[in-house]
Write a protein that binds this ligand. Structure first.
Ligand code: HEC
Length: 253
């Protein structure tokens, strides 16, 4: 019995994933993942020590993929193309349906691109662009999967909420930035102290009802900064061979 369970829970995963390496990002010369920078790596330990994984997962799930047909150019006959577009469904199609739609538009003179998008409840909630894969956790020691979702999944929180100040305010007083938040405040990651000769540049800019008494300021301890560095470093959002999608290219102004 011991040998069977050891083989199933230790040996088999080791054989499957023990030699996992960085993998290429689709349509790019980059590899994925990069190691977490030092501060973010420390932050992982703060995350672990504070039991954040009791309420948060870091694993996005997905039901499958769908195709979106996107018009790249209307070509020489824009009226005919826009009339045609009004009669077609362009999003959430199967591969065959997408092909049929793009054939129709191409025949009318338009140019289209077919985008692959992940679908599923987690994706619809905006928690990520694709499901989590083993590589996302390659450099995490220990991996913070979590299993309960009292709060949102955090696998992509660095892309969703990239403002370090917001994150600090949220840790000190969740309700100061999210009305009615049920997340407990983590005040002990901050120091409340008398303002010296000048206010500290790190001091939190808290709304009135959360601000300390006059003459006092709230500054993050190193743990709070490390934790925020870790949160901002959580963005599992590149397309990979086993989790493909078409990245949204934001046009540069
Ligand atoms: C008792 C459960 C609980 C614990 C423990 C907890 N959280 Fe939360 N968290 C929540 C809830 C509920 C929300 C949703 C409300 C909100 O945004 O404040 C949330 C929201 C968040 C968000 C915003 C996510 C988003 O997409 O809006 C972040 C970031 C976050 N938590 C980080 C943390 C970190 C870091 C820790 C550990 C220091 C932690 N949480 C511990 C319950 C918890």
């Amino acid at each position: 019995m011991l040998l069977v369970s050891w083989s199933a829970f230790v040996l088999a995963p080791q054989l499957q994933l023990g030699g996992a390496k960085q993998v290429p990002v689709l349509n790019s010369t980059e590899v994925y993942p990069h190691t977490r920078p030092g501060e973010a790596n420390q932050g992982l330990q703060v995350y672990r020590a504070n039991g954040c994984a009791a309420c948060h997962t870091e694993q996005v799930q997905q039901d499958g993929v769908a195709c979106d047909v996107v018009l790249a150019s209307a070509g020489k006959n824009p009226d005919a193309v826009s009339n045609l577009l009004a009669t077609l469904t362009l999003r959430g199609l199967s591969q065959e349906a997408a092909q049929a739609v793009s054939d129709k538009i191409t025949a009318a003179g338009g140019k289209v691109e077919t985008h692959i998008v992940a679908v599923g409840p987690d994706i619809a909630r905006g928690w990520g662009l694709r499901h989590s894969v083993a590589e996302d956790f390659l450099y995490d020691n220990l991996v913070q999967f979590g299993s309960l979702r009292i709060g949102p999944d955090l696998a992509g929180v660095g892309s969703r909420l990239p403002d370090a100040n917001w994150q600090l305010l949220h840790l000190y007083a969740p309700q100061s930035v999210v009305k009615g938040s049920l997340m407990p405040p983590f005040r002990y990651l901050f120091t409340t102290r008398k303002i010296g000769a000048a206010p500290s540049p790190d001091a939190l800019n808290l709304p009135k009802e959360f601000a300390p008494a006059d003459g006092y300021e709230v500054v993050p301890k190193p743990e709070a900064k490390e934790l925020v560095a870790y949160l901002l470093n959580l963005h599992a959002d590149v397309p990979l061979y086993d989790a493909p999608f078409t990245p949204v290219v934001v046009a540069k102004p």
